[in-house]
Design a protein around this ligand. Structure first.
Ligand code: ADP
Length: 657
C-alpha cells in the first residue's frame, strides 16, 4: 500500500489526484497494477466486483491468484516474457482467456497489458474485461443457429420426401389417366363406329326419330371422346411425358391442310376463308402438333363466328421466326378475359352463351404446345368485332431436301438373279446399288437356291422363252415352298406375253430401263398370287372386330378374324391373306410383337400391315410401326374414309401383276 494514495509531489495538484481516482474507480473494466515480480499493488472497484475479492485481500498477492489453477505455471512464464518485452498489447491474441474468481469459479475475460514506469521500477497495468455476458449471448446465438440449421435440414428432408411423393403421385396420375382413357376410349370408338354404321343405313333405313336419336349418340360420344383426348393430352404435357417429334416442312402446307379439313364446318355457316401464306416458309416443328394448334384456333374461330363471317389465316416468315395469325369476325372476347381463356377448363360463359362450347381445354393445350416449341401465343380482340390469335415459332433451321429425302432400304430383300451375260451384270450392279441383296443362280439350281435363301423375288433373264424358261417357271411353281415367290422376267417385246402365260408375275422389256426395273420389282414383291383379297383382322376386342368386319364388308372386302397374335400367325400360315389390320394393345402378344414376328418370317415379310389403334404410341411403337407397317390409323381421329382408300391402294399394289 506504499503507493496508494501516491505521495503528492509538488507538481501533483490534489484535485487532479481525486479526479483520476474517481475515473479509475468508475471504470467498468477491472484495472490492476502489477509489479515486475507479479505482486498486485493497485486495483479498482470493478476488479473487486469481477473477482469477488475485497481490495485488502488482493493487494500484495501475486497476480497468479487470479489465474485458473491449470494455467498458473504457464502464466508465470508469460509474465517474465512480457517483462522483457513490455509493449502495450492485448494478452493472448486469438486465445480464449479465463480468470479465476475468489470462489474458485472461472470467468471468460479479455485482458490488455501496458507497461508503466514508476519510481519503484517498471510495472504492468492490466485491464480485465469480464466477457461472460457476451460469451453467453454468443453461446445462445450459436445454439440457436445450430437449432435453426437442424430444423432447416429436417424441413429440407421433409420437402424432399414430399417432392418425391408428389412426383410419384403425378406419375401415378398420368399412368392412371393414360390407362383410364384407353379403357374409356376403346368402348367409345365402338359406340361411335356402330352409331355411324346405323346412321349410314347399312342394316336398314332408320325412321326420322331413330335417325335423330342416333345423331345424339354420335354427337355426344364424339364430344366425350374429344374431352378424354384433351384431358389425356394435357395430363401428359403437365407430367412432361409429351414428346415432340420435330421435322422440317413447309408451314403453309400444314395451314392449308387444316383449313381444308375444317372447310365443311365453315361452309355450313357460310363462313369464308382468306389464306395469306408466304411461299416456302420452312419450319422445324412437330408437324402433328402444329396442325393440332392451328386446328384448335381455326375451329374456335368457326365456332365463335356468326353466319357469313370471315376467317383469315396468315403464315409468314419474320425475323424472329415463323408467324401465324387466325383472325375472325366473330363475337370477340372481353379484354378482362384475354388472360383467363388460356386457363384449363375456362370458357367465357356470358358472351358465348348459346354456342355449343368445347371442353375448355383447347387453348390451354394450344398454349402449352406452342411453349414446348419455344414459341409464344397472344390474343387481340374487341367484343362484337372479332378476335385475332397470333403465335410465333422460333426460326426454322433450313434442312436441305437431300438430307430429308430417304432412299427406301432394301437391305433385307434378297433377290435371286438367274441369267448370264453382260446385261445381267448391269442389272445385278444396279439392284445392288439400290440396296437389294443380289444372289446369282444357275437355272437348274433355282429351286434349291430359293429353298435355302428364301428370296423375296426371282429375276429371270433367259435367252429365249423356250423350253428352258418354261421348265424353270414350272419348277418353281410346282413346289409348295417356292410357289409363292414372285418372278420378274426380263424379255424382248415379242416374248412378254408368253412369259406371263408361263407363270411370270411381271415382265420388264429389254434393254432394261433401271427405274422401271425397280418399280416392277417392288410391285411383284408386294404381290400375292391367287384368290380374291382377304383381310386378316387382329384385335382382342370382339366388338371392334365386328365393327371392322362390317366396315370392310360394306366396302366389298372379305375378312378373316383373329382374337390375338398367336391365332393370327396360325391363320397366316395356312390361308392366303392379302393384308393384315392389327390393333396394338392385346393380351399375350402385342400388335408390335406380331408385326415383328411376321417381318422375321420371309413368307409374310412383305405382307401389307395396317395398324388401327386407340393406343398412344411410344417411341418404340413409332419406330417399329414406321419401319414395318404400311399405314397407321388412330381411332382417336376419324379414320374410316382414309383407311379404306389406303387399304384399296395397298391391295391394288399387291394384286397388280
Ligand atoms: P373450348 O373448347 O371451350 O373452345 P378453348 O380453351 O378453346 O375451349 O377456349 C376457351 C374459351 O375462350 C372459349 O370457351 C371461348 O369462350 C373463348 N374463345 C376462344 N376462341 C375464341 C374466339 N375465336 N372468339 C371468341 N371467343 C373465343
Amino acid at each position: 500500500m506504499a503507493d496508494w494514495p501516491p505521495s503528492a509531489g509538488p507538481n501533483v495538484h490534489i484535485q487532479s489526484y481525486w479526479r483520476f481516482r474517481d475515473l479509475l474507480e468508475a471504470a467498468p473494466d477491472g484495472i490492476l497494477e502489477v509489479e515486475r515480480d507479479g505482486t498486485i499493488v493497485l486495483m479498482n472497484a470493478a476488479a473487486e466486483r469481477i473477482f469477488g475479492y475485497k481490495r485488502e485481500e488482493l493487494l500484495g498477492q501475486y497476480i497468479e491468484v487470479l489465474v485458473p489453477e491449470s494455467l498458473k505455471r504457464r502464466h508465470i512464464g508469460h509474465r517474465t516474457e512480457y517483462a522483457e518485452n513490455p509493449v502495450t498489447r492485448p494478452m493472448g491474441t486469438g486465445l480464449e482467456l479465463f480468470a479465476r474468481r475468489k470462489d474458485g469459479s472461472n470467468l471468460p475475460v479479455e485482458i490488455s497489458l501496458s507497461p508503466i514506469r514508476s519510481p519503484q521500477g517498471s510495472r504492468v497495468i492490466a485491464i480485465v474485461r469480464d466477457i461472460s455476458n457476451r460469451k453467453q449471448a454468443e453461446a445462445q446465438i450459436n445454439a440457436m443457429h445450430q437449432e435453426f440449421t437442424a430444423e432447416l435440414a429436417a424441413k429440407n428432408q421433409q420437402l424432399e420426401i414430399r417432392n418425391r411423393e408428389i412426383e410419384r403421385a403425378n406419375r401415378l396420375k398420368s399412368e392412371f389417366l393414360a390407362s383410364m382413357s384407353h379403357e374409356l376410349r376403346t368402348p367409345l370408338h365402338t359406340i361411335i363406329g356402330f352409331a355411324d354404321l346405323l346412321a349410314e343405313g347399312l342394316k336398314g333405313t332408320l325412321n326420322p326419330d331413330q335417325k335423330r336419336f342416333v345423331g345424339h349418340i354420335q354427337r355426344d360420344a364424339r364430344h366425350l371422346l374429344e374431352l378424354i383426348n384433351d384431358v389425356l393430352d394435357l395430363s401428359k404435357i403437365e407430367a412432361g411425358h409429351l414428346e415432340l417429334h420435330p421435322e422440317t416442312f413447309n408451314a403453309a402446307d400444314v395451314a392449308g391442310e387444316t383449313i381444308d379439313n375444317l372447310r365443311p364446318q365453315a361452309v355450313g355457316k357460310q363462313i369464308t376463308f382468306v389464306e395469306s401464306f408466304d411461299a416456302n416458309v420452312m419450319i422445324t416443328a412437330d408437324r402433328v402438333r402444329l396442325k393440332e394448334i392451328l386446328y384448335n384456333l381455326v375451329s374456335n374461330a368457326i365456332k365463335f363466328t356468326p353466319e357469313k363471317g370471315q376467317i383469315t389465316v396468315v403464315c409468314s416468315e419474320q425475323t424472329d421466326g415463323v408467324f401465324f395469325a387466325v383472325t375472325d369476325t366473330g363475337i370477340g372476347i372481353d379484354p378482362a378475359e384475354h388472360q383467363a381463356i388460356f386457363d384449363k377448363f375456362y370458357q367465357v360463359g356470358s358472351t358465348t352463351r348459346g354456342i355449343r362450347e368445347g371442353t375448355g381445354l383447347g387453348l390451354a393445350i394450344t398454349k402449352s404446345l406452342i411453349e414446348m416449341h419455344g414459341g409464344k401465343i397472344w390474343v387481340e380482340s374487341t367484343p362484337g368485332q372479332g378476335s385475332r390469335f397470333q403465335f410465333v415459332f422460333p426460326r426454322a433451321e433450313s434442312v436441305s431436301h437431300a438430307e430429308t429425302a430417304v432412299e427406301p432400304d432394301h437391305r433385307s430383300e434378297r433377290v435371286v438373279l438367274v441369267g448370264m451375260g453382260q446385261a445381267d451384270e448391269d442389272v445385278s450392279a444396279f439392284l445392288k446399288q439400290k440396296g437389294y441383296d443380289v444372289v446369282a443362280s444357275e437355272a437348274e439350281q433355282l429351286v434349291a437356291t430359293c429353298r435355302t435363301l428364301r428370296p423375296v423375288a426371282v429375276v429371270l433373264d433367259l435367252p429365249t422363252p423356250g423350253a428352258e424358261s418354261w421348265r424353270v417357271l414350272q419348277d418353281i411353281r410346282a413346289h409348295d415352298d417356292t410357289a409363292q415367290i414372285p418372278i420378274l422376267a426380263l424379255a424382248t417385246d415379242q416374248n412378254q406375253s408368253t412369259l406371263v402365260s408361263l407363270g411370270a408375275n411381271a415382265v420388264v422389256p429389254k434393254p432394261v430401263d433401271p427405274a422401271l426395273l425397280v418399280e416392277k420389282l417392288s410391285n411383284v414383291i408386294r404381290r400375292l398370287p391367287g384368290e380374291p383379297p382377304r383381310i386378316l383382322l387382329v384385335d382382342d376386342d370382339a366388338e371392334a372386330r365386328e365393327l371392322l368386319h362390317e366396315t370392310l364388308r360394306s366396302a366389298g372386302l372379305l375378312t378373316v378374324s383373329a382374337a390375338g397374335g398367336k391365332q393370327a400367325l396360325e391363320i397366316l400360315a395356312r390361308s392366303p391373306i392379302s393384308a393384315v389390320i392389327v390393333d396394338l394393345v392385346m393380351p399375350e402378344m402385342s400388335g408390335i410383337e406380331l408385326i415383328l414376328r411376321m417381318r422375321q418370317n420371309p413368307a409374310f415379310a412383305q405382307l401389307p400391315v395396317i395398324v388401327l389403334t386407340a393406343k398412344e404410341m411410344d417411341l418404340n411403337d413409332i419406330e417399329v410401326v414406321g419401319r414395318h407397317a404400311s399405314a397407321v390409323f388412330l381411332k382417336a381421329v376419324p379414320w374410316k374414309k382414309d383407311f379404306l382408300t389406303q387399304l384399296y391402294e395397298l391391295l391394288q399394289q399387291v394384286t397388280k401383276a
